[in-house]
Structure formats: C-alpha cells, structure tokens
Design a protein around this ligand. Structure first.
Ligand code: BGC
Length: 735
C-alpha cells in the first residue's frame, strides 16, 4: 500500500475532516473567524491546514505539533495570499499585466515563491485569473485586466513561477488558480454580488485562463464566492465536477474561499451548515477554509447517508497527495530552514524597481513634457499621494505590511539630490477639506515643473473595495484644477502621476495635464521607479491592460466587443452610440507611450492562404524616429469577419517587444498557428472554418491605428470537410 492509502486506512473520521479543514492563524485575517480552534486541534489531528501563518519560527513550531505530537504525524499545509510579492512587494497584478512579458511575469512569481517559502509557506492563493472589464470592481487590481488571451499567458507564467520545476523544492509553492470562475462580472461592479452571463461569455472569456493554469500544472484551485447564473460557485457541480475534474482532468486540490461554504446559507441554497457541507463536498470542494462546515456538518451528513466515506476519502487523498508532492512528508521543515542572504533580498529589491519602472504607463506626453529636462532644478511636488509611502504598496500587501516602501517624494529627492523640491499634500486622498489647496498651489511659483501625485488610497481597491464612481476621490480634482491653472499662467508643465488599482475615469485631468502617468500601485520601490521615469533614467514601456473609460456609463468597456448590426455612425441617428460621450475609450487597451517614437512600416503576412495545421508568420518593420532609445510593444490582433456566430471586433493573439535606439530600425516577427483561429461555434465546440480573416498589427487596440491584411483560411489537404465543401455538399456529422 502507498503511504497515502496506509494513512487513510488508519485515520478516524475526525482526522480525515481535519485534513479537509484550513483555519486562519491570526496573522492577517480577512473575514469572519471561527473561534475555538487552538494548537490542540493540530495535536489531536482535527486541523490539518493553516492560512496566514508566516515566518519560519511560528510555522515550524506549528509543524512540529503536527509532525511530532499528532497521532499520525501528518504535516500541515500552510498557505498565504502572495498577490504581488511576499515581503518584497512588486507592482499589483493589473500593473504587471501591462508588462506583456512572460519571462518577467514568471520571474516575479518565482521570487515571491522563494521569499514566501523562506518564510515557511508551502502554498499561496495566487494567481488571480479573473478577467475584468469593469473598473468599479475593486478586485480588478488583483487580476490580468480585460483580455482572456492575455490571461492565459499570465496564468501559465505565474504557475511556472510559483511552482518552479519541482513542487517539492524548498523554493516552490503550490499555486492556486482563483477565483473559479467569472467572479469579475459581478452585478454593477459590486463585490460579492451575483453574476449572470452567457455560456458563451463564460467559455470564451472566463474559462480559458483556468484551462491554461491547469495545462501548466497548477496544484490547487479556489472557487469564487459568487453565484453564477443561479448556482453559487462553491456548489457548482457542472463547473467544478463536470468541467474541471471531468473535461479538464484536474486532480489537484480545490480549496474553498474564506467562509464560502457557510455562505451557501446566505445564498439561499443551504438551510444549515450540514446542507452547505454536503453541497460543497458533492461539487468537489476538498478543503473548507474558515467555515467549519466539514468538521461540523459532514459527520451528520454521513450518518444521514447523504455523503459517503468514499467521497470524503477522495478529498483526503487529494490533500495528502498535495502534501506529498510538496515534499512535506519527507521534510516538513525544508521551507524556512535557511534564512535568505541579504544579497538575495537586495537583488529582489532591484528587480522590484525594474518591474515597477516597466509597469508605469505613460498615457499622455504633450510637447514632450517628459522626461523632465536636466535644467529642471526646482520641482513642485504636490498631491496626497506624493509623500504616501505606505499607499505605494497597494492592496494585498501580504507579509510586506511592515516593510518600507519608497514614496514619490523620497524617490525624486534621491534621484535629484541637488534639485530644490517643494512639497505639500494640498488635500487629503478623500474628504471635503479644500483649505490646503491655495498654499500648495503657491509652491508652483518659481518652479520649473509641477508633479501632481493623485489617485486612490491602496484600500480603495482589492477585495470588498468596489467604487460606483471610480474617479479621483475627495477634492483632488479641485487641487488639479488650481495647480494646472497656476502652472499655465506660469508657463510650466504639469505632470500628473496617478495611483490606482483600476483605470480611473479622469477625462478632465487627462485634458489638463501635459503628461499623465498611470502608476497603478507599484510596490516597495514605487518612488524610485516613478523618479526613474520622470527623470528619463528609463523610458516608460508599460501598456494598459484595460481600456480607460471616458465616463462610468461606458462600463463595461473593452476592445473585444462584438459588432453591432447598427455600427456607430455619427451621421445616422439610429446607430449604436451615446448622446453624451463618444463610444471609444479615453485610452484603449495596449496604449502606452515611451520616450521614443515608432513608425510602423509595411506588414508582411505569410502564407496568404493557410490550412489548420499551418502557422502564419507576421512580420512588421519599425523605426524609432524619436530622439531617445525606447521599447515598443507590438500587438497582433485578428478579426474573423464572417463566421457562424458573431466574432469580436478584435481578438488579441500575440505581442512582441522591440528596443530601438534613435534612428534604428528593426523587425518584429510573430507566429500564429492557425489552430488559434478556431472559435466556439454555435454549439460552443471549437470550430475551424475556412474563410477570410483579417490580421491587424499595431501599438494598441485602437482600430484606426492598426496595419491590416487579409488572409484566407483553407481546409487542410485531405480534410473531409474541405473535400465535402469543394464537392459542394454539407460535410457529414462528426467531420
Ligand atoms: C479572498 C481570497 C483569499 C482568501 C484567503 C478571501 O477573502 O477572496 O482571494 O485567497 O480570502 O485570504
């Protein structure tokens, strides 16, 4: 018998349910706490998994209780949310998504895993794979932005990074793909509200990221809190059992979200904790996080014959197998056994600065206001986010809560030690007090440039942080009005640096400022990274992974919309448009300027006709016609103009980066296998179809700015459908 079978054969019901229970250990509690658990539960085997326990000391101490004092000596599984770095905080995931760089996505996850594992952890509740098209939803900050294809790339890179090549390594963590699935389209952007979307949107937009994470070998997965089309995800048999376990063959651990099993009662599908436990178990949830439903409810359900021991054993087996794969049985103390040398930590901070700099998106740069010229010796740095070092960390600071972070003011002072830098907040992040505006704006007199640091508090995004009006809070716009008016009178430029966990609705600020930067939340090195960009030490290269709305009423706004039967035509009244705002976003997906300027030359696409087994090669020549070195991100989109179901106006299918010196030319080559051009047909099954497809290449999803060519998809030689089509009759079923 295997070790796991032997253990299961020896376990009491209480010990089994202990393995299916995960309890917060008082480090960073994020929701309701079940009272009554203590270290005694670890010793008596009724608690097998912890969350939020950090540090090699405490985690090894708990591990010793499990391994050395419990009857069967089964090690604990200890997990924590590592959303954008553990102690060394990287930019929030939304900001990182804008890197469009698989290697860097993987690297930050790898570094976070090494740092977390050195703290005694074996699991993290990441990556978050919720495609978000609604900036009202605060958890937008934690995810990949609006595009499902981009999400699949991030999913793979993050799973590789967290788990490494060997899950049992002292530097690897079990990743957790969350929140399964379609959590983001919560009604009206309000966190935890219900979700009602079509099966097609579910399959086209929300499932692919999870499928990619499973293909990459993700060890665990977390269902979302939400109700999807009438069935709460924690009890969703068709998706958890049929799709995930069945269709996708996922045999890892499914861990519930925090208190989510008990919340089945609030959803109104369970009358009591016993019902809730039965529903979750039947759906395939292995581990109960913070509901205490399994320990309390399953013994009753078992007695009533509503669940079987075999069903419980199947969950226990998956949990024990995960512990085995993590190497916990062989050496439960390997993670956190040796402290990381200071040089590793320093290198990680250097990486955090590099990634933060690369995540900044230069949304606007009129008259080359940036970079600040070396002659700019007097700066006026105002706004409530200028000297706000803790806010720089953003939501989900994890174990980085007490670690230092660099504010913009500190970063600029370090970068420009000889400059005169004046500073005032002017206003608070929120609230009605405008009394400080006048004095703050008076600091502009005699300055060479104004740096306005505005935006949200870190806690305004993340979980439970929806905003009905995702705009500048408090009196910040009034500060921007006064500062830009004064700066204009003085003839000096205004650079606005915007901190947020989402695209903000800031058309007025975008109009007023000469330069506008989306700095999202950049983590511990934020201030240095902002200074690197402002001073021109680096050229900004981040691209926005979400469209920026002009007005809240445009939400949800995203580039992958389907065509209308009455496309927008300003000259025709009865077409799809608003009376009060343009249809287009203020800044489209993929937008982001640098300090160079790229001219796109001819687009070459080969072959012009390709079969299902062929690969398209797309080449575009670029030249940096600007005065500074810079990096360009080139996007590849497709459009299937005529299909059996309506296809999005644009679908992202590739991206590539190219760095060029001023005057230098280069070529970007992208490969697109024809299989990527399959779509879900009328029956929601993947369909490859002969016909024309438009290939579009450019710097963002702005339709007008894309180079395009049309190719023809043909049936492969010998393909029965092709033969049938050429012969002029319908292909037989199953072809
Ligand atoms: C969040 C999850 C998180 C869990 C554990 C929940 O409130 O929804 O994303 O992993 O807490 O901290």
């Amino acid at each position: 018998m295997s070790r796991i079978d032997t253990l299961i054969a020896q376990m009491t019901l209480a010990e089994k349910l202990g393995q299916l229970t995960m309890t917060a250990s008082g480090y960073a509690v994020t929701g309701p706490v079940i009272a009554g658990d203590s270290t005694q539960s670890i010793i008596d085997g009724s608690l097998g998994n912890l969350l939020n326990m950090v540090g090699p000391g405490p985690s090894h101490e708990m591990q010793r209780l499990a391994v050395e004092q419990s009857r069967l000596g089964i090690p604990l599984l200890i997990g924590l949310d590592i959303i954008h770095g553990h102690r060394t905080l990287f930019p929030i995931p939304l900001a990182e998504a804008g890197l469009f760089d698989d290697a860097l996505w993987e690297r930050t996850a790898r570094e976070a895993a090494r740092e977390g594992a050195a703290d005694g952890l074996a699991m993290t509740f990441a990556p978050m794979l919720d495609v978000s098209r609604d900036p009202r939803w605060g958890r937008t900050a934690e995810g990949p932005g609006e595009d499902p294809w981009l999400n699949t790339r991030i999913a793979r890179a993050k799973v590789r990074g967290f788990q490494g090549g060997d899950l049992s390594s002292a530097e690897s963590l079990a990743a957790c793909a969350k929140h399964f699935v379609a959590y983001s389209p919560v009604n009206a952007g309000r966190d935890y509200a219900e979700v009602d979307i079509s099966e097609r949107t579910l399959r086209e937009v929300h499932l692919p990221g999870f499928a990619a994470s499973i293909e990459a070998g993700v060890a665990t997965l977390m269902p979302s809190f939400t109700d999807l089309n009438g069935v709460p995800m924690t009890a969703h048999v068709p998706l958890l059992r049929d799709w995930l376990r069945g269709e996708m063959g996922f045999d890892g651990v499914i861990v519930s979200d925090y208190h989510a099993i008990a919340e089945l009662m609030n959803h109104g599908v369970a009358a009591n904790l016993v019902d809730a436990a039965v529903l979750a178990l039947k759906a395939g949830v292995d581990v109960d996080m913070m509901s205490d439903a399994y320990r309390k409810g399953l013994p009753v359900a078992l007695e009533q014959g509503r669940v079987t021991m075999a069903e419980i054993d199947a969950c226990v087996r998956r949990v024990l197998r995960l512990k085995e794969r993590l190497g916990l049985f062989d050496d439960p103390y390997r993670r956190g056994a040796t402290p990381e040398p200071a040089s590793v930590v320093a290198e990680r901070h250097a990486l955090a600065r590099e990634i933060a700099g690369k995540s900044i998106v230069l949304l606007k740069n009129e008259h080359d206001a940036l970079p600040l010229p070396p002659t700019a010796k007097k700066l006026c740095v105002i706004g409530p986010l200028a000297d706000a070092h803790t806010e720089m960390k953003g939501p989900w600071w994890g174990a980085g809560e007490h670690e230092p972070a660099v504010s913009v003011l500190a970063g600029l002072r370090a970068a420009l030690p000889r400059a005169e830098i004046r500073h005032a907040d002017g206003v608070a992040i929120d609230g009605d007090d405008a009394s400080g505006i006048e004095a703050a704006v008076a600091l502009c007199d005699g300055a060479d440039a104004v740096v306005l640091c505005l935006g949200e508090r870190a806690t305004m995004s993340g979980e439970a942080a929806s905003r009905a009006t995702p705009a500048l809070p408090g009196r910040q716009q009034a500060l921007a009005d006064a500062a830009t008016t004064r700066a204009r009178a003085l003839g000096i430029p205004v650079v606005a640096v915007l901190f947020s966990g989402r695209p903000l609705v800031v058309p007025r600020l975008a109009e007023q400022a000469d330069a506008l930067l989306a700095a999202w939340f950049l983590g511990c090195e934020a201030g240095h990274a902002v200074a690197d960009v402002l001073t021109g030490r680096i050229s900004p290269s981040g691209r926005t992974p979400m469209s920026w709305p002009r007005a809240v009423g445009q939400v949800p706004i995203f580039f992958g919309q389907r065509p209308s039967g009455r496309p927008m035509n300003p000259a025709d009244y009865f077409t799809s448009k608003y009376h009060d705002v343009e249809n287009t976003p203020l800044y489209p997906f993929g937008h982001g300027l640098g300090y160079g300027r790229f001219a796109y030359d001819e687009l070459q696409v080969e072959p012009q006709r390709l079969g299902e087994s062929d690969t398209l090669e797309v080449r575009v020549a670029l030249r940096n016609v600007g005065a500074r070195a810079a990096e360009e991100t080139v996007f590849l989109f497709v459009r299937d103009k005529v299909a059996q179901v309506t296809r999005p106006l644009l679908e992202l299918k590739g991206y590539a980066k190219l760095s060029l010196q001023p005057g230098e030319a280069g070529t970007v080559t992208l490969e697109l296998p024809a299989t990527e051009l399959r779509y879900l047909g009328p029956d929601l099954q993947p369909l490859y179809e002969a016909g024309e497809v438009e290939i579009l290449v450019g710097a963002s999803a702005e339709l007008g700015g894309l180079l395009r060519q049309t190719i023809e998809l043909i049936w492969d030689v010998g393909d029965a459908r092709g033969v049938a089509e050429r012969a002029g009759f319908e292909p037989a079923e199953g072809c």
